[in-house]
Design a protein around this ligand. Structure first.
Ligand SMILES: *[C@@H]1O[C@H](CO)[C@@H](O)[C@H](O)[C@H]1NC(C)=O
Ligand SMILES: *[C@@H]1O[C@H](CO)[C@@H](O)[C@H](O)[C@H]1NC(C)=O
Ligand SMILES: *[C@@H]1O[C@H](CO)[C@@H](O)[C@H](O)[C@H]1NC(C)=O
Length: 381
């Protein structure tokens, strides 16, 4: 990106000036300030802000040493000549620093191309199906990649190799825009595992999402009933059922419809602790999006897919499309929605059918903040 090039050429300029003329300390401080400011304005990365001053200080020290050597070497140069060169160098430097600093980062993203978006949800929250429906109803189904990794381990590995900037995000979205020119939306699924809070590249990415204006990068934040997340995890650990069943695939549906599942039988404390930590984690992700001013919309799996056994809530889907600015933001019909959904639900309508130990779970959650997660029939949560 151009602001990066701007910084590095400035750094080179400064470095070469230092090499031949040891600069007065005042100027050096000035440069540090300007350098630090342009970094913050361009990359927005706090983690990198210390880097430039550090490099400049090192170059300054190195420059002192080199210039001492140089002065000895060119001792035949007249004082007048030297002074003249110093003035020219300082003027060059001043002119360079006085050039306006680019405040908004330029980007390879095309404002008139497909809208870039990110679907953000933890595992077993229905993001695969949601990605498919959003694609279908916005004009083109594009592949749904868990680009940043489908587990904590993979996510850590992913961000480890991405340094301190947002290239991993912006360049990827640009490639998607070019590859699927006719799509209404392009992007990826971001599973917000731990690195979202502490990896420098993730931080840079979040900052870009929060600040980029033309085009904006939008986040659809999806949460699901955490009891269902637990049930789904348990189900996929115990059985080798497919992640999704296509409508009409009766064999898949039959295999996938697991009933009478044991959910931590005899270990209600464990169940409760899992619910508690998942809940806190999801809240932490929401807080991050909120605090960083990330453009996002909050939706729940339960509203998107289950309303009193009737299927998805039309308004919840319209909320998504209205936020994204692409697809049916109004007048979406149930038929349209049904046609666009390729996956079929593989969970029974009520937890009393899903769970073998329904009564035990009901007893354990009664009177807690998770009481309302349990239900006997399809219900909005
Ligand atoms: C959406 O799904 C329907 C039904 O499967 C299909 O006919 C249609 O071509 C899909 N639309 C897009 C844009 O993929
Ligand atoms: C939605 O329906 C209303 C009422 O029938 C109509 O006035 C409006 O133009 C429709 N909007 C779109 C986007 O089709
Ligand atoms: C689950 O509860 C609902 C509502 O009370 C009831 O209609 C249904 O028969 C129950 N299902 C089973 C398998 O117990």
């Amino acid at each position: 990106m151009s602001y990066t090039y701007g910084i590095s050429s400035r750094r080179l300029e400064v470095a070469s000036s230092i090499r031949y003329y040891s600069l007065p300390p005042l100027l050096e401080v000035h440069m540090r300030f300007r350098g630090g400011k342009s970094f913050a304005a361009g990359g927005g990365s706090m983690a990198r802000a210390w880097l430039l001053p550090a490099i400049l200080s090192l170059l300054f020290v190195a420059g002192m040493i080199v210039s001492t050597v140089d002065v000895d070497h060119f001792s035949n140069a007249t004082d007048q000549h030297k002074q003249q060169e110093e003035v020219i160098a300082e003027t060059d430097l001043q002119q360079h620093l006085d050039q306006p600093i680019e405040e908004t980062p330029t980007t390879c993203l095309d404002p008139s191309g497909p809208q870039p978006y990110i679907l953000m949800s933890l595992g077993r929250s229905g993001s695969g199906s949601t990605w498919q429906v959003i694609g279908n109803l916005s004009g083109m189904e594009t592949p749904s990649d868990e680009y940043t990794g489908g587990s904590t381990k993979k996510s850590i590995k992913f961000f480890e190799g991405k340094g301190h900037d947002d290239k991993w995000l912006v360049q990827y979205l640009c490639r998607k825009q070019r590859k699927y020119r006719d799509a209404g939306l392009v992007g990826f699924k971001w599973k917000p595992y731990e690195p979202i809070f502490n990896a420098p590249a993730a931080h840079a990415g979040i900052n870009t999402i929060a600040t980029l204006k033309d085009p904006t990068i939008k986040v659809v934040r999806l949460r699901r009933n955490l009891l269902d997340v637990q049930i789904s995890r348990r189900k996929h650990t115990l059985y080798t059922t497919k992640a999704h069943c296509m409508k009409g695939d009766s064999k898949c549906l039959q295999d996938g419809l697991i009933t009478s599942l044991d959910l931590y039988t005899g270990e209600m404390d464990t169940l409760y602790k899992h619910l508690e930590s998942l809940h806190a984690y999801e809240d932490r992700v929401d807080k991050l999006l909120h605090e960083k001013n990330v453009p996002h919309v909050q939706v729940t799996y339960d509203r998107l897919y289950n309303v009193d056994g009737k299927g998805g809530d039309i308004e919840e889907w319209e909320k998504v499309f209205s936020f994204l600015g692409v697809g049916p933001a109004s007048n979406l019909t149930r038929e349209q929605l049904e046609r666009g959904m390729k996956h079929a639900a593989t969970h029974p309508p009520g937890h009393n059918m899903t769970l073998a130990n329904y009564d035990e779970v009901a007893g354990a959650l009664e009177g807690t903040e998770f009481e309302n997660l349990l239900h006997r029939r399809h219900r909005r949560v």
